[in-house]
Design a protein. Structure first.
Length: 155
């Protein structure tokens, strides 16, 4: 009898072994033991309410410290989250904000207002799991007010 190697059972075993195998491939976590000297709050006044909003809705992907959920211990989720965090930090990093030129700071602040108003940020994939990260109209207004005030202090 000529049996094919690619039976459903063998394919499932191979997939299971691959899934187990990729669990041993790690990625660098976005966790810094030190508070950054270039953090935005070291140079600009951020009202407590706005700082709370930023930490709840933005900092996991836009700072040097991510609070990782339990499911980050599973591949391929770990790769996916690492990619999101890396991408977020490339676009805006609140912990490195003071390394930006004045023009870039102004551009990033404008982008914050634009992406928040248009509902692009925080990402839907993030707010689906982190319900507290959803921004109300009041939150959006507070952020815009803070951004406009902060822009006045940038030369």
């Amino acid at each position: 009898m000529n049996k094919s190697f690619f039976t459903t059972k063998n394919i499932l075993i191979i997939l299971l072994l691959l899934f187990i195998g990729i669990q041993f491939i790690d990625v660098k976590r976005n966790v810094s033991p030190n508070h950054s000297a270039n953090a935005i709050e070291n140079y600009y006044t951020i009202p407590v309410k706005v700082q709370t909003i930023l930490k709840t809705s933005c900092y996991d992907c836009h700072s040097n410290n991510t609070s990782y959920p339990w499911y980050n211990n599973l591949q391929p989720v770990k790769w996916w989250l690492a990619d999101h965090v890396d991408s977020g930090k490339r676009h805006l990093n609140f912990d490195e904000f003071n390394t930006y030129s004045s023009d870039k700071k102004l551009e990033k602040l404008d982008e914050i207002v634009k992406t928040v108003k248009e509902g692009e940020m925080p990402l839907t994939s993030y707010t689906a799991i982190h319900q507290k990260a959803k921004l109300s109209l009041s939150d959006q207004s507070e952020i815009e007010k803070w951004v406009n005030e902060t822009k006045k202090g940038i030369k």
